[in-house]
Ligand binder design. Structure first.
Ligand code: GLC
Length: 557
């Protein structure tokens, strides 16, 4: 594979910088903290790091509210730190992907301030989506669109002394995140130069925030919501996927423009889109050869612990991506969803979440996912088997959706709790002191890197082993996938390399022991649990694997 094609089968590790490693003990993770952990990421076996936003931001949405796209938030570091990070990562053959937020700016961005300081209709107003309200006093918002974070999607433009005017601005997210107007030439030019600013510094690519939302349907028509109450118009929901603010055809022209910018570099820079669209066919449109290189496959993430849904999502994804010559991208967790250990956990009869089985399932699902063709993303802490933190004091919560929904939604802080590095240190070694911007659970000592490192059977060692095999086995690269016959609750694939060698990957999603066909052999490369035994009952030995277990076998030729 040519080096420029590294992204086609890369293992990318997502860092949520405020929660990864804190170098100065202020309780907030930072860039120097990340630099100090690069050896850890090298040992884990990742090819690239995607870092959630670290730009200057009032942090009303964890940094996805950017006040200045060309500077670093002082709490997270300096531009020198970022230059060092890029150099140190590259020295370890790790690529750096940043996160660009083009759907909206922070309301503290100079452009929005300029709008507030100028007259209606002036050029500054056209960079955002602003309309007059309807009704006699223009008291009714321009249309019925809602915010993803609950409540209405429009807020009044206010005078300097806080009086509402008859003008409203659109914010599909928080009120502090006004939507940009992508019909405006300044917006296009500005983002082209932001991309170039970071590409010139050596950044290898960008993850694109809300990539499917930038263009809104002309005329901003009302949307026929599937619910009449104030329920959130979630981003991922068949019912809202065709809303006039998601996945509009016009968005593709922007990515063709951006691709030209990325392709002008040597090596070419790459993009990964956050595209919450309802099916693989719509998603693959973003991966046409002159658009984005990859996009997250949220249909697979949403399939959960369900063999049939996993299989159909895999088939549809591979087929639709093949048509456009793009590799699929697999992901099970990120900073917006419940950690997959908790999400996949069964609920016991007494209503409690069985986190032990959750971990068992998460490891099995992860191992199977790592054997799929294409690239995959790992969210910080999943390699430690961290569960979602469900018990957080209300006053510690920062997710804007929590506040806008009156505490009924917006629990994303639960997957953003700082990482435990050292079992016996204050803040589990996240920082030099006890401070941590979100409280860490009292029972995380055993999950810390220090406890798991070198410990046989730990989730961390399991990830390390699986990733090293993934990199070493040619069959686990970009090549073809063939399904093998299996029971209903089992998925089994054969991956074949160009040299003819093959690896078989099996996941048993059932509650019962599974006997594997003798022809698959007994050569276990890695297993997600210890429940793998060789049966010597016939003329040829065979394997049996326990419930909720995955295994890789081979290589065979
Ligand atoms: C994306 C981000 C999420 C953020 C939202 C608004 O979905 O992943 O964290 O809140 O966009 O920028």
């Amino acid at each position: 594979m040519r080096d420029n094609d590294w992204w086609r089968q890369a293992v990318v590790y997502q860092v949520y910088p405020r929660s990864f490693a804190d170098s100065d003990g202020d309780g907030m993770g930072d860039i120097p903290g990340l630099i100090s952990r690069l050896d850890y990421l090298t040992d884990l076996g990742v090819n690239a790091i995607w870092i959630s936003p670290f730009y200057t931001s009032p942090l009303h949405d964890g940094g996805y509210d950017v006040a200045d796209y060309r500077s670093i938030d002082a709490r997270l570091g300096t531009m020198d730190d970022v230059d060092t990070l890029i150099a140190q990562a590259h020295a370890r053959s790790i690529r750096i992907l940043m996160d660009i937020v083009p759907n909206h700016t922070s309301s503290e961005h100079p452009w929005f301030r300029e709008l507030l300081a100028s007259e209606p209709g002036s050029p500054a107003w056209d960079r955002y989506i602003v309309r007059e309200g309807s009704g006699p006093d223009r008291e009714t918002p321009p249309n019925n669109w809602r915010s993803v974070f609950h409540g209405r999607g429009w807020s009044h433009i206010r005078t300097p002394d806080g009086e509402p005017t008859g003008y409203w601005y659109l914010h599909l997210f928080d009120t502090t995140q006004p939507d940009l107007n992508w019909d405006n030439a300044d917006v296009h030019a500005e983002f082209r130069t932001i991309l170039q600013f970071w590409f010139d510094r050596g950044v290898d690519g960008f993850r694109i925030d809300v990539a499917h939302g930038l263009v809104k349907e002309a005329g901003l028509p009302d949307f026929d919501y599937p619910t009449t109450d104030d329920e959130t118009p979630a981003m991922f929901d068949e019912d809202v996927a065709h809303a006039p603010f998601w996945d509009q055809d016009g968005v593709h022209a922007i990515y063709r423009e951006w691709r030209t910018v990325a392709d002008a570099y040597d090596p070419p820079r790459i993009f990964c889109g956050e595209t919450w669209v309802p099916n693989a066919g719509r998603m693959a449109r973003y991966q046409r050869p002159d658009e984005l290189h990859t996009s997250f496959n949220f249909v697979y993430l949403e399939a959960g612990w369900d063999a049939a849904r996993m299989r159909s999502s895999i088939d549809e994804t591979i087929a639709s991506h093949a048509k456009v010559g793009a590799p699929p991208t697999w992901v099970l967790s990120n900073h917006d969803v419940v950690r997959h250990r908790t999400r996949m956990a069964p609920i016991d009869a007494d209503g409690s979440v069985d986190l032990e089985r959750g971990l068992r399932r998460a490891r099995a699902a992860t191992l199977f996912t790592m054997s799929l063709p294409g690239s995959m993303y790992i969210y910080q802490g999943e390699e430690l088997g961290l569960p979602e933190v469900t018990e957080l004091p209300d006053d510690a919560r920062q997710d804007p959706a929590w506040h806008r929904s009156g505490g009924t939604d917006g629990t994303r802080d639960g997957c953003r709790v700082p990482i435990p590095w050292s079992g016996d240190a204050p803040s589990y070694g996240f920082g030099s002191g006890a401070a941590s911007w979100l409280p860490q659970p009292p029972d995380w000592a055993d999950l810390a890197v220090s406890q798991q490192s070198g410990s046989d059977g730990s989730t961390l060692e399991f990830y390390r082993r699986a990733l090293s095999i993934r990199h070493a086995e040619p069959a686990l690269g970009a090549g073809p996938l063939g399904w093998l016959d299996s029971d209903d609750d089992v998925l089994a694939i054969r991956r074949t390399a160009t040299d003819g060698s093959a690896v078989i990957s099996v996941i048993n999603l059932s509650d019962a022991v599974l006997h594997l066909p003798r022809a698959w052999g007994i050569d276990v490369l890695v297993a997600s649990s210890e429940d793998v035994v060789v049966l010597n009952t016939g003329d040829q030995p065979a394997l049996a694997i326990g419930p909720e277990t995955a295994v890789w076998l081979g290589p065979t030729s």
